[in-house]
Design a protein around this ligand. Structure first.
Ligand code: FES
Length: 449
């Protein structure tokens, strides 16, 4: 097995060895040590509105079920029947009704995972079978918590609580929710799924890689500008493609924040005019002003933040209400699922605009995302060649301003976010997750109250 010393030699203050993207042994260790001890976004409470509703997903390589137990509780259970190990439910969303029933031999389980009944109970007489034993119940994930309706789970005990873990990145979720006049959002409109032929970490590194936009997305910028010239205006659909074509001087002025645990965001200066820039924004502003007052409404809509990183989980986007959820599949395969949120109580045009943004920028058929997916693939393939071993992260190395909760760069083209992610990555990879020692330990902490 790869040693801690070997792992340390793969990360420099200004670069990483290509092996972190290509070695299946490292990927396997990441599933234990990163995905085994980090809070991972499971789904949104709105995906399981009624008792018995469930949503399946993955924590690293572990298949899990998020299930609504009752009005107050959402649990996250491993998707495994304790009899012979069958998945309890097929992948996707559904409603279990009052209990889960295994499709193999019809053992049934309460929604909290505990055994309800087995057929032919008489057959267990005289055996050590104990229906009250946790060994014959579905196993809950060690820790579950929810932040403003966003449900996260953690497979190990100990470590920071969810709020401490999210740190400054939580303010992006706050802003996303505050764009609703009642402070609530819900997943709506289905999801996009894109399989990237690249390692999961490349997605996070690209989120704040401001040097790539004008280059990688050049074709969609040109197409947007040509179309705008032809029709004599630059509607929203073209404007959001054109944005990638800003000059380096624009990107340089953004501020990059890098928090502990690999999180961060990039932010432009507060933009009070955003609240009234166009008709959709004006209606949104009027709605939020009624709820919160004009000053607060302008604060909410003026936040100019892009591509927040919650390392291991994905990227919430407050301005256009979406969450790109990242699921590692193998060392060179990563599934991206794009959830779009409706701000409850906001004018319907706000949700329409979020859907438009997701369609134009993030969907499999958009003009923009395939550019990223293709360069990730090229990086993955290039890193398997003998043409060199190291990845450069030198840009503005050594100039970051260290803060108590992380670091900041006033140079928006800095590679600070990548360096910060690998500081966190190495910390995770150096330490063993604290596994629950007893089933009782899991049962005490697994529910969202
Ligand atoms: Fe589930 Fe047998 S495997 S009841």
């Amino acid at each position: 097995m790869i040693s801690t010393d070997e792992l340390r030699q793969l990360v420099r203050p200004d670069g990483v060895h290509k092996r972190v993207y290509t070695d299946p042994e490292i990927f396997s260790l990441e599933m234990q040590r990163v995905y085994g001890q980090v809070w991972i976004y499971v789904g949104h409470e709105s995906q399981v509105p009624k008792t018995g509703d469930y949503h399946t997903t993955q924590l690293g390589d572990q298949k899990v079920i998020m299930v609504r137990v009752n009005d107050q509780k959402v649990s996250v259970l491993y998707n495994r029947c304790p009899h012979r190990g069958a998945n309890l439910v097929a992948e996707g969303d559904g409603c279990a009704g009052k209990f889960f029933r295994c499709s193999y031999h019809a053992w049934t389980f309460k929604l909290d995972g505990s055994l309800l009944t087995t057929p032919m109970r008489a057959g267990f007489e005289g055996t050590t079978f104990d229906p009250t034993s946790p060994e014959v119940s579905m196993v809950p994930v060690a820790q579950v918590d929810s932040y403003r309706g966003f449900v996260f789970a953690k497979q190990s005990l100990g470590g920071p609580g969810l709020v401490e873990f999210l740190g400054g990145a939580a303010s992006s979720i706050d802003n996303l929710c505050d764009r609703s006049p009642v402070g609530k959002v819900e997943v709506a409109g289905g999801v996009f799924r894109v399989m990237q032929l690249s390692n999961w970490k490349m997605f996070y590194e690209n989120l704040h890689d401001t040097m790539h936009g004008p280059v990688t997305h050049e074709s969609s910028v040109i197409a947007a500008r040509e179309q705008a010239e032809e029709i004599g205006e630059m509607p929203f659909e073209l404007l959001i493609q054109d944005g990638n074509g800003e000059p380096y001087s624009f990107w340089e002025k953004l501020e990059l924040r890098a928090y502990h645990y690999g999180h961060g965001y990039m932010e432009g200066i507060f933009d009070p005019a955003a609240a009234t820039r166009d008709e959709v924004s004006r209606r949104h502003f009027a709605c939020l002003s009624d709820a919160y007052g004009e000053v607060r409404a302008r604060e909410i809509l003026g936040m100019s933040r892009h591509n927040t990183i919650i390392y291991g989980s994905g990227s919430p986007h407050n301005v256009f209400q979406q969450f790109r959820v990242i699921r590692p599949v193998s060392v060179d395969r990563t599934l991206v699922e794009i959830q779009v949120f409706r701000c409850v109580g906001a004018p319907p045009e706000v949700f329409d605009r979020a859907l438009t943004y997701a369609n134009v920028v993030n969907s499999p058929s958009s003009n923009v995302m395939p550019d990223d997916v293709e360069v990730y693939r090229r990086c993955q393939v290039g890193n398997t060649t003998a043409g060199g071993d190291w990845i450069s992260q030198h840009r503005y190395a050594g100039t970051d301003v260290v803060l108590p909760d992380g670091a900041v760069s006033i140079n928006g083209t800095s590679e600070l976010p990548m360096r910060n992610q690998f500081v966190a990555w190495l910390q995770y990879m150096e330490s063993e997750p604290l596994a629950p020692h007893t089933e009782q330990q899991r049962l005490e902490v697994h529910c969202v109250e």
